[in-house]
Design a protein around this ligand. Structure first.
Ligand SMILES: C[S@@+](CC[C@H](N)C(=O)[O-])C[C@H]1O[C@@H](n2cnc3c(N)ncnc32)[C@H](O)[C@@H]1O
Length: 274
């Protein structure tokens, strides 16, 4: 079958954009190439592989899990069902991390709940030469394996440790950055099937309306944040007010802010010790 006919079939099974992206990635070609060559046939092997993947995508398996990779901050990262698929909003968290490190050298940085390692690895690569010490932690050994693989593939200089939040980490840290699980159990019924069925619940859900991990981390951070340190935490789109109150309780002398994302939603809590 030609590329055009195969795509026409796939578009009836899954979202047209997903059908095109999946084929593009499988062939390792650009969108423009696909259009220019759409009257060419696929090899029967390629067609079979593509049809299998489309079938799995139709069963809500996220495309990055099917491909085993996804893009974040302009780089390709490996992913598996042991890690959350990186979200575009998290790039804004990384931007604020870079802002906190701007013009500084030899900072102690920790990314808590690193998952695929996107935050810590991106910070390490974007600040290479500034001699920061970057530690990436997760409670999940499977997630840490993926994060380590990504750091090797992308040649990022950082270390990893299995840890329950900051419990095993003494600090002091100049930057504590984290995208922890923040979805309340009650939100399960409004979540998409693909996320619920395939992404790790350990990476998604937290008790206390989604605040249990953040609350514990803030308490632990009191003794582990350096005197001029920064904490950056990703939160859900409606968690700003409650999140900010928790920050102010834990760090009454610090500047605490809720920063909105490009879509105007609550997205990041920033604590700047002064
Ligand atoms: C929302 S995911 C974020 C992953 C990655 N940082 C990202 O932004 O794509 C949360 C991560 O926190 C980890 N996690 C859950 N509970 C934890 C705990 N008590 N201590 C450390 N990490 C934890 C999960 O395994 C998961 O990798």
């Amino acid at each position: 079958m030609t590329i055009r006919a195969t795509l026409a079939w796939a578009r009836q099974q899954i979202e047209p954009a997903d059908a095109k992206y999946l084929l593009q990635e499988l062939l390792g070609v650009s969108a423009a190439w696909l259009i220019a060559h759409d009257d060419e046939p696929l090899t029967s092997e390629m067609e079979q592989t593509y049809r299998q993947l489309v079938g799995q995508a139709a069963d809500d398996v996220p495309i990055p899990y099917l491909l085993g990779r996804c893009w974040f901050f302009g780089r390709q990262f490996s992913v598996s069902p042991a890690v959350l698929i990186p979200r575009p909003e998290t790039e804004e968290l990384v931007q604020l991390g870079l802002e906190a490190l701007k013009g500084k050298r030899q900072q102690q940085v920790i990314d808590v709940g690193t998952g695929s390692g996107i935050i810590a690895i991106t910070l390490a690569l974007e600040t290479a030469g500034q001699e920061h010490t970057i530690l990436a932690t997760d409670i999940s050994a499977e997630a840490l394996m993926i994060a380590k693989k990504n750091s090797v593939d992308l040649q990022a200089d950082l270390t990893f440790a299995q840890s329950d939040l900051l419990k095993e980490q003494a600090g002091p840290f100049d930057l504590i950055i984290a995208n922890l699980p923040y979805i309340g159990e009650t939100e399960k019924n409004v979540m998409g099937a693909s996320v619920l069925k395939h992404e790790p619940h350990l990476a998604l859900f937290s008790q206390n309306n989604g605040f249990a991990h953040i609350e514990t981390l803030l308490q632990q951070a009191k003794k582990r944040l350096s005197s001029q340190g920064t904490i950056l935490l990703e939160i859900g789109y409606a968690q700003g007010e409650e999140g900010l109150a928790l920050c102010q309780q834990a760090f009454p002398a610090a500047k605490c802010e809720c920063i909105t994302d490009l879509a105007g939603h609550d997205r990041i809590l920033r604590i700047s010790a002064e």
